[in-house]
Structures are given as structure tokens and as C-alpha cells.
Design a binder for this molecule. Structure first.
Ligand SMILES: [Cu+2]
Length: 269
């Protein structure tokens, strides 16, 4: 039997590097499937950006799964690298385990890109050197299984933390506060008017973490988890200021544009 026939033989484990290449692509596809589902359900205006990325991941995974050939692995490696570069920002979700839809794609995507690149490239190199990509040892399979268990545990813990971290404000506390909604990565209204010494009732309607900050008047970022509401005290400093989410804006570098950045005007009376 040739190496290819051996690797394809029914009931056998795929060889080590080919297997890692496929596992990594599967993790990338799982991460992007979460985004694809959110896009379809909540953010259809983002479909033109996300759905082609998701389709590329699905197609590359299917090719590497089906074809035990160098060209399929080249496609797998190139698609992994391209997605890793274009969607590097997903990695920031690792900082927010208490926000399920920020953290879970990241915990799948980041190791997925590393493992997919390594596995596919190593499988190509082995084939070119006429080496046989041998099946993993039982010890390697145990390490792989342990890694999969760690990722599944991280997903479960993130789900629990997200539910526990949900904050709400009861109606009596919120009376008199000015409501501000964070939805579709924007503030609503775009101009928030409040009395100095008053409060903002900030609600995050998105499935992702946001925060709210007005550094000009000493309001440091206040985190607002997915589905959460928080009260923010406004100091007595009348004027008009930029209120923004530090996670989805960079107001220091350019004049803040509400179409590009998650900003609003705060008018303190
Ligand atoms: Cu935000």
C-alpha cells in the first residue's frame, strides 16, 4: 500500500500533520460559523464581509477533509493565513471570558489558525521530502484530546460567566436617569443630553461587550456586558463632550465619525 492508500484506509486515524491541519480548519470554521449565525440573525448589513470569509473556511475545510493531496493543503494553509490576517481582531475576545460571543470565537479561532497553518504546512513539507506522514502516537492523541477538552471547558465556563456577569438596574434606582442604548455597535441616541450631577442608564442590547467612557470629564471606561444595564454618574461640568466605547473606537487619532466609530455626543447641561 502507498502512504496515500494507507492514510485513506477505512477505520484508520489520519496521519499526524494532515490531522492537525484538518483539526485547525475545523476550529476556524466553528468560530466563523458563530459569526455567520449572528450576522444572519442580528447584523445582516455585515453579511457582505462575513459570509464570504465563512464560505472560504467551509470550502477549505471540506477540501482538506476530502482530498489527501498537496494542493488541498496549500488551499488549507493559504485560507488559514488569510483569515488569520483579515480577522486578527477576533483574538481580542480572549481578554473577555465573561462575554460569550467575544470569547468563544477567539478561543476557537486563535489556536485554530496556528494549528491549521502548522499542520497543513508540515504535511506539505513531509510529502515533498518523500517522508511518510505517520499516524500520531497514543501519547499525541491524548494531548490532542486534552486540548479539545480544555477548549470545550473554556466555552462552558465562558457561558456561565456571561450569565453571572449580567447586570441590571431596578426601575426605582433608574428613575430620573437618562437612557442610552448600545445597539448594532452604535449609541442611541447619538446626542445624549443630561443634567450635570445626573445619571445615565446605559443598556447594551448587543451580544458583545461594550464600555462607555468620557475621559474629558474624568469618566473612565465602565464595562457594559451583553444584555446588561448600568448606571453612570455624570459630574457637574457643563459642556459638550465625546462619549464612546473604547473597545470599538479610536477617538484619539481622528475626528470621531459616528458612522465609523462607536461614539456619541454628551451634552451636560
Ligand atoms: Cu463597543
Amino acid at each position: 500500500m502507498t502512504a496515500q492508500e494507507l492514510n485513506r484506509a477505512p477505520g484508520r486515524v489520519r496521519p499526524r500533520y494532515a490531522r492537525l491541519g484538518l483539526l485547525g480548519l475545523g476550529m476556524i470554521t466553528a468560530a466563523l460559523t458563530i459569526f455567520a449565525a449572528l450576522v444572519v440573525l442580528r447584523f445582516p448589513e455585515e453579511a457582505a464581509f462575513f459570509l464570504p470569509m465563512w464560505a472560504a473556511a467551509v470550502i477549505a475545510t471540506a477540501l482538506v477533509w476530502r482530498f489527501d493531496t498537496t494542493w488541498a493543503r496549500v488551499v488549507g494553509a493559504v485560507v488559514s493565513l488569510a483569515l488569520g490576517v483579515m480577522m486578527f481582531w477576533i483574538a481580542f475576545g480572549l481578554l473577555h471570558p465573561a462575554s460569550f460571543f467575544d470569547f468563544v470565537p477567539a478561543v476557537l479561532f486563535v489556536p485554530g489558525v496556528v494549528v491549521a497553518l502548522f499542520g497543513n504546512v508540515a504535511a506539505i513539507v513531509q510529502r515533498r521530502r518523500q517522508h511518510l506522514d505517520t499516524r500520531p502516537t497514543p501519547a499525541e492523541l491524548r494531548v490532542e484530546q486534552a486540548a479539545v477538552v480544555v477548549v470545550i471547558a473554556a466555552v462552558a465556563v465562558s457561558g456561565i460567566l456571561t450569565l453571572l456577569a449580567r447586570e441590571s438596574v431596578d426601575a426605582a434606582e433608574a428613575s430620573g436617569a437618562t437612557p442610552v442604548e448600545m445597539t448594532d455597535f452604535a449609541f442611541e441616541p447619538m446626542t445624549v443630553e443630561v443634567d450635570g450631577g445626573g445619571q445615565l442608564l446605559v443598556h447594551n442590547a448587543d451580544p458583545f461587550l461594550h464600555d462607555v467612557a468620557v475621559p474629558a470629564i474624568g469618566l473612565e471606561p465602565v464595562t457594559v456586558g451583553p444584555g446588561s444595564s448600568v448606571l453612570v454618574d455624570v459630574p457637574v461640568t457643563s459642556g459638550t463632550y465625546v462619549l464612546y466605547c473604547t473597545l470599538h473606537s479610536n477617538v484619539d487619532n481622528a475626528s470621531p465619525d459616528p458612522d465609523e466609530q462607536m461614539v456619541a455626543a454628551l451634552v451636560v447641561r
